[in-house]
Design a protein around this ligand. Sequence first.
Ligand SMILES: Cc1cc2nc3c(=O)[nH]c(=O)nc-3n(C[C@H](O)[C@H](O)[C@H](O)COP(=O)(O)OP(=O)(O)OC[C@H]3O[C@@H](n4cnc5c(N)ncnc54)[C@H](O)[C@@H]3O)c2cc1C
Length: 172
Amino acid sequence: MENIIEVLKKAIGENNVIENEPMSKHTTFRIGGNADIFVTPQSTEDIENVIKIAEKTNTPYYIIGNGSNLLVKDNGIRGIVIQIYKKYSDITVNGNEITVQSGALLSTVAKKAMENSLTGFEFASGIPGTIGGAVCMNAGAYGGGSRDGFFFFYDFFNSKRILVVYQHTGFV
Ligand SMILES: Cc1cc2nc3c(=O)[nH]c(=O)nc-3n(C[C@H](O)[C@H](O)[C@H](O)COP(=O)(O)OP(=O)(O)OC[C@H]3O[C@@H](n4cnc5c(N)ncnc54)[C@H](O)[C@@H]3O)c2cc1C
């Protein structure tokens, strides 16, 4: 375990790797024991590197976002928890197009859409999760949902960029 921690620190920076981190600090319900290793990647390259290291060393890994849909058991999580949240949350608006990193909060993206007069994402403004969590959980509210389409997302497992058109709004 010590060796893999050093490898991770070298790959994504010392400040982004924590050993024995209480998951109660990262779940909305404030429950859960320690994760063996907790990492907070800051870039696409960081995320790919962590996954490559985990796979090469046969270390289990689990991705989380804002932890709003997680109940973690008292004895924690073995392996690496990859938190994709604040450090990977850029939002860029270009005309009718919003590009987000998957750690951005739905509420922040909804606010950004409103500020730029883009409609269709209002349903997400009160859901306390990240874009990545919403795609995974098919989050929805008030009759709107992730199933209606997202912008694009990056498939870290296959290194593929996937474009999804938002169907009935100003998003393209
Ligand atoms: C008070 C409250 C209100 C809620 N209201 C709603 C609601 O109105 N509608 C609704 O649909 N849900 C609601 N939820 C549930 C929750 O907010 C959603 O499921 C949300 O989409 C979870 O996002 P998260 O970032 O917190 O994901 P997490 O809880 O961290 O993770 C949830 C799942 O997504 C996966 N995941 C997270 N990020 C990524 C990523 N980047 N890549 C791959 N997988 C990822 C995790 O592995 C996990 O399986 C609510 C929860 C709370 C606590």
